[in-house]
Design a protein around this ligand. Structure first.
Ligand SMILES: [Zn+2]
Length: 120
C-alpha cells in the first residue's frame, strides 16, 4: 500500500484517539499478495473507547472490500480475541498508538501476521 494512504488512515486514528477508529479496506487481490488501494468508512459504525463494531449484515456486498483496519488506543498491535472473531474479508489490520508509520500490523483470517509493504 502507499505510504500516503497509510498516513491518511493513521491520521484518522489519531483524530479518533482515545476512541477506536475503524475503516474498511478496498483493494486488489493478487496471487500471493493484496494491494490496498483505498479505504471507506463503514456504514453505521459505532465506536467507543472499548471497541469498534458494526452490524455485519448491514455492510454492503462489495467484493472489492478486502478487509478492515482499526486502531488500538492501547498501543497493542496484537489482535484481540474479539477481533479474531470478527474478521470481515481476507485481512484485518491494526494501527497502534502513537500511530506512526511503523505502528501497523496486518493479519489474515487465521490471525497469522502478514508482512506489510509500504511504497512511496
Ligand atoms: Zn482490536
Amino acid at each position: 500500500m502507499e505510504s500516503e494512504l497509510l498516513a491518511e488512515m493513521l491520521t484518522f486514528a489519531k483524530e479518533r484517539h482515545p476512541k477506536e477508529a475503524i475503516l474498511m479496506l478496498r483493494g486488489k487481490v493478487n496471487k500471493d499478495s493484496i494491494t490496498i488501494t483505498d479505504y471507506l468508512f463503514p456504514p453505521f459504525a459505532t465506536t467507543n473507547s472499548i471497541s469498534a463494531s458494526y452490524p455485519i449484515h448491514m455492510l454492503p456486498i462489495d467484493f472489492s472490500i478486502v478487509g478492515t483496519i482499526h486502531s488500538h488506543p492501547s498501543g497493542s498491535l496484537q489482535l484481540s480475541a474479539q477481533d479474531m472473531n470478527h474478521v470481515y474479508g481476507r485481512i484485518s489490520m491494526v494501527m497502534g498508538f502513537p500511530y506512526g508509520l511503523g505502528d501497523v500490523a496486518a493479519y489474515n483470517k487465521q490471525a497469522e501476521r502478514l508482512s506489510l509493504r509500504v511504497t512511496n
